[in-house]
Design a protein around this ligand. Structure first.
Ligand code: ZN
Length: 250
């Protein structure tokens, strides 16, 4: 594998994750971090290798991330016989990112004219099979969370999470970023689910393909952590797309 510009990025991850227990040891306010990757490129086989290297790189450093898989991505990994990629992913939390991602109609399109109950049923009908495939192929009983494809948010999806098997420890969980609903830029309850959304200042996105973006991102995470400690602790979400991962890791 060629050296990749993620080395400094890894340092950032280590800094964030290692510093948190140290903070706890002196009883300062606790800052938690969710590091999540939308794993959605089911067209390019190169993304399979990038996903594997990313998952392994994090595992080697003791970092457990959340990979939100598109149903079709899980199925192509199975069809291509990429048990190695699946095994690497299984070291992390496995979430769900819709059955076919951006193929129309997307959730907000097919739910636009639905009410609550028929919308829940329609979401389960269209997305439930993909969620079951991800659970079966990745060998998990439940999925850690769901996040919408693009900005295709709809309230019915949150209420439907338990129906499609997105309920770790029995609690439905939604993790993504957008501005549709939110509360104080921290997790909140909505539709009987724990929702991590509209994190605003407490959310940042990594540009994995750009080495020059690492240091500013590192400083941003540290600044968020400082601010959250000042208000008694909280949660930071850090996101990165696997398409950026392909560019950085290939
Ligand atoms: Zn996506």
């Amino acid at each position: 594998m060629k050296p990749f510009p993620g080395r400094a990025l890894v340092s950032l991850f280590l800094l964030v994750f290692v510093s948190i227990p140290a903070i706890a040891a002196v009883e300062k306010p606790k800052v938690n971090v969710i590091l999540w990757f939308d794993t959605e490129d089911y067209l390019l086989p190169a993304d399979d290798d990038a996903t594997k290297r990313l998952a392994q790189m994090l595992t080697e450093r003791g970092i457990r991330a959340t990979f939100k898989l598109v149903g079709e991505k899980a199925r192509v990994l199975e069809r291509r016989g990429r048990r190695d990629v699946i095994a690497a992913l299984k070291k992390h939390d496995i979430g769900y990112h819709a059955n076919f991602h951006s193929v129309h109609p997307t959730p907000s399109e097919y739910l636009a004219d639905c009410g609550l109950l028929d919308g829940i049923a329609e979401f389960a009908r269209r997305e439930g099979g993909g969620a079951a495939d991800v659970r079966r192929i990745l060998g998990v009983k439940t999925l850690a969370c769901y996040g919408q494809p693009g900005s295709s948010w709809a309230s019915q999806t949150i209420a439907a999470l338990k129906v499609i098997g997105v309920a770790p420890h029995g609690v439905p969980c939604y993790v993504d970023e957008g501005t549709h609903v939110g509360l104080d830029e921290q997790p909140f309850w909505y539709g009987d689910a724990l929702v991590v959304y509209h994190m605003g200042q407490n959310y940042t996105r990594m540009d994995l393909h750009d080495p020059a973006a690492v240091e500013p991102a590192k400083q941003k995470v540290l600044a968020i952590a400082d601010r959250l400690r000042g208000r008694g602790g909280g949660l930071i979400t850090v996101a990165a797309g696997n398409r950026g991962g392909v560019q950085a890791l290939c």
